[in-house]
Design a protein around this ligand. Structure first.
Ligand SMILES: Nc1nc2c(ncn2[C@@H]2O[C@H](COP(=O)(O)OP(=O)(O)OP(=O)(O)O)[C@@H](O)[C@H]2O)c(=O)[nH]1
Length: 602
């Protein structure tokens, strides 16, 4: 097949603007999927993706399109996720493309991730054309949105297409634009092989499946392929494309996108961003790779039953096979016993991993409040990185603490600017930009400490803007701050897993709110439970959970054993997701109380 007839592209958009729906329509129109096999959002094949209605992993699919010029084109469509935690998936997908369709909801307009993703595409030198989706909605205002696209993103709207991905209106025009606007790939199949790994996952039957874009040369069965960064060599078993089912092909040539299987057992060997070449006939230099993704949010996971520790380790190792960005290491907590300290790309990533561990592996977990990684310069000049508050050195050994800060972009309606600025100020933000995109839409940029974002920022933003604010952020660097560790003591003992790092000015308020919240969350026990918050040795807040007066069994006068058993069963259920710390039973919610403490509502 001639390269002239190939188009490699991604669909990018703000979350919920309809890119998965548009991808579905494209598959339908190109008959890749029989009508009877068509289910909504066919590319989102993980159960969890379907349930949450979001795309977690990027997917690639190859379809044929007979254009109006009479020629048959091959489209390699790469669907990308839209949530901020997964923006690294977007950027790696874009490296495999020549073009990007920017989907914008015509009833909503440009949002924070529309901007972030459009800039990513521009940075990757892609051809872009906008698709204004949802024009079937009465609130759709395509002209206004076109103006925003030109004015805010600076994107030419000459090739913009008005679409309803729901009804199919305009989709034919999108297909023609793909042919017209996006350039065919370059490269020569006779050159030494250079192919980019842009995704990989572990399949229990076939081993590692690599998703690759071939830039030069080709990949074919029996070829000895070499990964440039690790130097490892494997013999290729099979190559092919997704139609969307895995379909074997003879080879993958320059310009093409597809999968490679080579009996690889270890996903660590297939680093995303690495270049595949041919052993003995190497390309001169590796392709420009990707930014390595570093976890920025950390939390500890402990099994509620200590005997499930090994099961938890096994489950996490399995999950990691398909998620290179998820990291973990063993941790011992005085209060909670054996568990793991885990690193994530963001809060959503953390929630998804926890949910998968609980659902797919049937584990009951206690997770601790999310934290970020601090850079600490000790008084002896040593520099350490601490992502676990309980590992923070004593204050007298600390010279300075730096915390990660992000550049945050918020797009909202003018009427909510006031409360949003207030929220950002409360969260120790520094304003960088405020611009009216139109009379009623405003773009706000702030530098904010990441630590203030992981704690319920997004929820608060949604609530102060009644849902009319979109949000995106990228890590900007480190900033020195006056931070302290707040310890929580239960009956006089520090519960290490409850410690949090807070700004000094907020410590007192947080301590009050936290102890109050703990009191609500820790159930009454047979004895009085004192809850204190302290900085170092200084106790700054205290509450008490009163003792229970009656034993639950006291209700069972006489010897009705079945009734007694029922009550005990009931009690046991209530015990689920609790962890005994000394004599006191602490429920999961208490470990996340910091997320529920709402200082902005004071
Ligand atoms: N009325 C209308 N609704 C649409 C249209 N296109 C998509 N939707 C709806 O908008 C919602 C979001 O669509 P998705 O395709 O899941 O959006 P997405 O951008 O892929 O979202 P993520 O995969 O979560 O990033 C769904 O409820 C769709 O049914 C359209 O043209 N008209």
């Amino acid at each position: 097949m001639s390269k002239e007839l190939i188009r490699n592209f991604s669909i990018i958009a703000h979350i919920d603007h309809g890119k998965s729906t548009l991808a579905d329509r494209i598959l339908e129109k190109t008959s890749a999927v029989e009508k009877r096999d068509m289910k909504e959002q066919i590319l989102d094949d993980m159960d969890l993706e379907r349930e949450r209605g979001i795309t977690i992993k990027a997917h690639a699919v190859t379809v044929k399109y007979k254009a109006k010029d009479g020629k048959e084109y091959t489209f390699n469509l790469i669907d990308t996720p839209g949530h901020v935690d997964f923006s690294y998936e977007v950027s790696r997908s874009l490296k495999a493309c020549e073009g990007a369709i920017l989907v914008v909801d015509a009833s909503q307009g440009v949002e924070a991730q529309t901007l972030a993703n459009a800039y990513l595409a521009v940075d990757n030198d892609l051809e872009i054309f906008p698709v204004l989706n949802k024009i079937d909605l009465p609130a759709a205002d395509p002209d206004k949105v076109l103006e925003q696209i030109e004015h805010v993103i600076g994107l030419d709207t000459e090739h913009a297409v008005l679409v309803s991905a729901k009804t199919g209106v305009g989709v034919d025009e999108v297909l023609e634009k793909i042919v017209e606007v996006f350039p065919p790939p370059k490269g020569d199949e006779n050159n030494p092989t250079a192919a980019l790994i842009f995704d990989s996952w572990y399949d229990s039957y076939r081993g590692v499946v690599i998703l690759t874009r071939v830039f030069e040369g080709k990949i074919y069965p029996k070829m000895k392929m070499k990964f440039i960064s690790t130097g490892k060599v494997y013999e290729v078993d099979e190559v092919g494309i997704f139609t969307p089912k895995m379909t074997k092909t003879k080879e993958l040539k320059a310009g093409e996108v597809g999968y490679v299987i080579a009996g690889i057992k270890n996903i660590q060997d297939t680093k995303i961003g690495d270049t595949i070449t041919e052993d003995g006939k190497e390309c001169a230099e590796p392709l420009p790779g990707f930014q390595e993704m570093k976890p920025v949010v950390f939390s500890s996971f402990f099994p509620t039953e200590n005997t499930h520790y090994e099961d938890l380790r096994d489950a996490m190792e399995k999950l990691k096979l398909n998620d290179a960005a998820f990291v973990f290491e063993p941790e011992t907590s005085d209060a909670l016993g054996f568990g793991f300290r885990c690193g994530f790309l963001g809060l959503l990533h953390m929630e998804i991993i926890q949910e998968r561990l609980e659902r797919e592996y049937n584990l009951d977990l206690i997770s601790t409040a999310p934290s970020v990684e601090y850079k600490i310069t000790k008084t002896n000049g040593e520099v350490i990185f601490v992502s676990n508050p309980s590992k923070m050195p004593e204050p007298q050994y600390i010279q300075k603490i730096e915390e990660p800060v992000v550049n945050a972009t918020i797009v909202t309606k003018a009427e909510f600017v006031g409360p949003i600025l207030q929220l950002c100020t409360d969260r120790r933000g520094i304003q960088k930009r405020l611009e009216y995109l139109s009379q009623e839409r405003v773009l706000i940029e702030y530098e904010l400490p990441l630590n203030e974002i992981v704690i319920d920022f997004y929820d608060r933003l949604k609530s102060v803007s009644r849902g009319y604010a979109s949000f995106d952020y990228s890590i900007a660097g480190m900033r020195e701050s006056n931070l302290v560790k707040l310890d929580i003591l239960v009956n006089g003992e520090i519960v290490d897993a409850l410690s949090v790092i807070v700004h000094k000015d907020k410590a007192y308020y947080r301590a009050q709110a936290l102890t109050r919240k703990m009191k609500e969350l820790i159930p009454r026990q047979m004895f009085e439970v004192a809850i204190q918050a302290a900085i170092g040795r200084r106790v700054i807040a205290r509450t008490t959970v009163k003792a229970l007066r009656k034993n639950v069994l006291a209700k069972c006068y006489g010897g009705d054993i079945t009734r007694k058993r029922k009550l005990l069963e009931k009690q046991k259920e209530g015990k689920k997701r609790m962890k005994a710390v000394g004599k006191v039973k602490i429920p999961q919610e208490a470990f996340l109380a910091i997320l529920k403490v709402n200082e902005d509502q004071k």
